[in-house]
Design a protein around this ligand. Structure first.
Ligand SMILES: *[C@@H]1O[C@H](CO)[C@@H](O)[C@H](O)[C@H]1NC(C)=O
Ligand SMILES: *[C@@H]1O[C@H](CO)[C@@H](O)[C@H](O)[C@H]1NC(C)=O
Ligand SMILES: *[C@@H]1O[C@H](CO)[C@@H](O)[C@H](O)[C@H]1NC(C)=O
Ligand SMILES: *[C@@H]1O[C@H](CO)[C@@H](O)[C@H](O)[C@H]1NC(C)=O
Ligand SMILES: *[C@@H]1O[C@H](CO)[C@@H](O)[C@H](O)[C@H]1NC(C)=O
Ligand SMILES: *[C@@H]1O[C@H](CO)[C@@H](O)[C@H](O)[C@H]1NC(C)=O
Ligand SMILES: *[C@@H]1O[C@H](CO)[C@@H](O)[C@H](O)[C@H]1NC(C)=O
Ligand SMILES: *[C@@H]1O[C@H](CO)[C@@H](O)[C@H](O)[C@H]1NC(C)=O
Ligand SMILES: *[C@@H]1O[C@H](CO)[C@@H](O)[C@H](O)[C@H]1NC(C)=O
Length: 412
C-alpha cells in the first residue's frame, strides 16, 4: 500500500549565484509520485538590527542567502495538511512559510524568521538573547492552478527586522505533477514605473526571465467540447478561452485549461447551453439562441468564479449577440476575438469553432467565418511571393554554380 505522497517526496534545491546582486536565488522543486507538487523560486534578504554589548550602539546587519542552506522539514502538503518550505542557514538563522489549501485557493501565511543572537559569528557583539522569532502577519490568497509571480521587491518592516522578497515564482499544491501555465502577477509588478533592476541574467534554463511589466500571458490551450442529446451529438465547440476580469486595478487573466475543466450542457430546439466548470470556476455558461428561425447566436454568458483574492465573482448578461451564423452551419474565428460580457468581464477566444444547433453525424457543418479572419486571403499572396523569391534564388544559385564548374574545367 502506498502511504501519502509526502513520504516519497524528494526535494531539489538550487542556488543561482548572482554576482552583481550578491544574493542567491533559491529554487525549491518538491516532487512526489505524480511529478512536481510544489515549485518555488525566489530571492530574499533580511536586515536585522540588534543590541550590542556596547551599551551605546545598536548594530544593523544584512543577512543574505548564503551559499549553503538546508531545507529540512519542507513538504508538499495536501487537502488536510499545510505545505511548508523551511530553510536553514547554518545553525543561527532559519526561515519558514506555510501554505494552507482552501476550496479553490490557498493561503500563504506564517512566514517566520528565527535567528539566534547568541551566535557570535552571525551576530558579532550582540547581547546574547537567544532565538528571536519574527512572524510576518501578512497573508496572501492565491488561486489553485496558477503560478504566482512577483518580480518587484516586497518589503515587510517588522521591527527589528526588515524583510525583502523578490523574483518570486510560486505554485503550491501543484495538481497532477505539472506546473500551471496560468499565472498571476502581483500588483507591484503592474505599476508602469520600472522596477529596480534585479538581475536574472545568469539564471540557467530553468528560470524563465520575469518581466517587470505587462507579462505576456500565454495563449490558452484549445479545448474540444461536445454535448450529447441521448446518443447523438447536438452541440460542438472548439476554442481556447481566456478570461479577463478587471474588477481590480490589475486585470486578472485566467486561461481555461481544458484538461482540468469539466463540461456539461443541454440542447433544445430554440436554445442550447454549454457549461464549463473547474476548481476555480463554479460555472461558465454559454447559452445560444435561435433568431428568426434562421440564425443562431450567443445570447447569454453567466459566470461564477473565484477571484485572485478568493472572493466570488458573478456576472450575467443575457442580451449578447456574438457568433451569429445561419442555422445548419457553424461559426468560426481563428483570430483572437474579444467578447465583452460586462464592463469588468471579457472573454478572449482563440481558434474558435462552434455549432450549437443542427449538428449532423457529430461533425461541424460548413463554417461561416468571422470578419477578423478575412485577411487570410493575404496568406496565399505572401506564400506565393515567398515562393517566387525562392525560385529566383535557386535560379541564381544554379547559374553561379554552373559558372564555377565551367571555370574549374578551364584551369584543369
Ligand atoms: C522539477 O523537478 C522535476 C523532476 O526532477 C522536473 O521534471 C521538473 O521539470 C522540475 N520543474 C521545474 C519547473 O524545474
Ligand atoms: C562602543 O561604542 C563606541 C561609541 O559608539 C565606540 O567608540 C566603541 O568603539 C564601541 N566599542 C566596541 C567594542 O564596539
Ligand atoms: C504551519 O502550520 C502548522 C499546522 O500545520 C502550524 O502548527 C504552524 O504553526 C504553522 N507555522 C509554521 C511556521 O510552521
Ligand atoms: C543559540 O546559539 C548558542 C551559541 O551558539 C547556542 O549555545 C544555543 O544552543 C543556540 N540556541 C538555539 C535554540 O539553537
Ligand atoms: C440511439 O439509441 C436508440 C435507442 O437506444 C437506438 O435505437 C438508435 O439506433 C441509436 N442511434 C445511434 C445512431 O446509435
Ligand atoms: C483585459 O481587459 C482590460 C480592460 O478591458 C484591457 O485593458 C486589457 O488589455 C485586457 N487584457 C487582455 C489580456 O485581454
Ligand atoms: C476581492 O476583490 C474584489 C474586487 O476588487 C473586492 O470587491 C472584494 O471585496 C475583494 N475581497 C476580499 C475578500 O478582499
Ligand atoms: C488531475 O487528474 C485527475 C484524474 O486524472 C482529474 O480528475 C483532475 O481533474 C486533474 N486535475 C488537474 C488540476 O489537472
Ligand atoms: C440589449 O441590447 C440592445 C443592443 O445591444 C439594447 O438596445 C437593449 O436595450 C438591450 N436590452 C436590455 C434589456 O438591456
Amino acid at each position: 500500500m502506498r502511504l501519502s505522497p509526502v513520504i516519497d517526496t524528494k526535494l531539489i534545491l538550487l542556488f543561482l549565484f548572482l554576482g552583481a546582486v550578491q544574493s542567491n536565488a533559491l529554487i525549491v522543486n518538491l516532487t512526489d509520485s505524480k511529478g512536481t507538487c510544489l515549485y518555488a523560486e525566489w530571492e530574499m534578504n533580511f536586515t536585522v538590527t540588534y543590541e550590542t554589548t556596547n551599551q551605546t550602539s545598536k548594530k544593523t546587519i544584512t543577512i543574505a542567502v548564503p551559499d549553503k542552506v538546508t531545507h529540512d522539514g519542507s513538504s508538499c502538503g495536501d487537502d488536510r495538511n499545510s505545505a511548508k518550505i523551511m530553510i536553514q542557514y547554518g545553525s543561527a538563522v532559519s526561515w519558514a512559510v506555510n501554505f494552507t489549501k482552501e476550496a479553490s485557493q490557498y493561503l500563504i501565511h506564517d512566514i517566520v524568521l528565527f535567528y539566534n543572537t547568541s551566535d557570535s559569528t552571525e551576530f558579532p557583539g550582540a547581547v546574547p538573547k537567544g532565538v528571536v522569532t519574527i512572524k510576518n502577519p501578512n497573508k496572501l490568497k492565491v488561486p489553485l492552478d496558477v503560478v504566482f509571480k512577483c518580480n518587484s521587491v516586497l518589503t515587510f518592516n517588522l521591527n527589528p527586522v526588515v524583510q525583502h522578497y523578490w523574483g518570486i515564482h510560486l505554485q503550491a499544491f501543484v495538481q497532477n505533477g505539472t506546473v500551471s501555465k496560468n499565472e498571476q502577477v502581483c500588483e507591484e509588478d503592474q505599476t508602469v514605473t520600472t522596477v529596480a533592476p534585479i538581475i536574472h541574467s545568469t539564471a540557467p534554463a530553468t528560470t524563465t526571465t520575469l518581466t517587470p511589466t505587462s507579462t505576456p500571458t500565454p495563449t490558452p490551450t484549445v479545448g474540444n467540447y461536445s454535448i450529447r442529446n441521448g446518443n447523438t451529438t447536438c452541440l460542438l465547440a472548439t476554442m481556447g478561452l481566456q478570461l479577463n476580469i478587471t474588477e481590480e486595478k490589475v486585470p486578472f487573466i485566467f486561461n481555461i485549461n481544458p484538461s482540468t475543466t469539466n463540461f456539461t450542457g443541454s440542447c433544445q430546439p430554440q436554445t442550447a447551453q454549454l457549461r464549463l466548470n473547474n476548481s476555480q470556476i463554479k460555472y461558465l455558461d454559454f447559452i445560444f439562441a435561435v433568431k428568426d428561425e434562421k440564425r443562431f447566436y450567443l445570447k447569454e454568458v453567466n459566470v461564477n468564479m473565484y477571484l485572485a483574492n478568493g472572493s466570488a465573482f458573478n456576472i450575467s448578461n443575457n442580451n449578447l449577440s456574438f457568433w451569429d451564423a445561419p442555422l445548419g452551419s457553424s461559426y468560426m474565428c481563428n483570430k483572437e476575438q474579444v467578447l465583452s460580457v460586462s464592463r469588468t468581464f471579457q472573454i478572449n477566444t482563440f481558434n474558435l469553432k462552434v455549432q450549437p444547433f443542427n449538428v449532423t453525424k457529430g461533425e461541424y457543418s460548413t463554417a461561416q467565418e468571422c470578419s477578423l479572419d478575412d485577411d487570410t486571403i493575404l496568406i496565399p499572396i505572401i506564400v506565393g511571393a515567398g515562393l517566387s523569391g525562392l525560385i529566383i534564388v535557386i535560379v541564381i544559385a544554379y547559374l553561379i554554380g554552373r559558372r564555377k564548374t565551367y571555370a574549374g574545367y578551364q584551369t584543369l
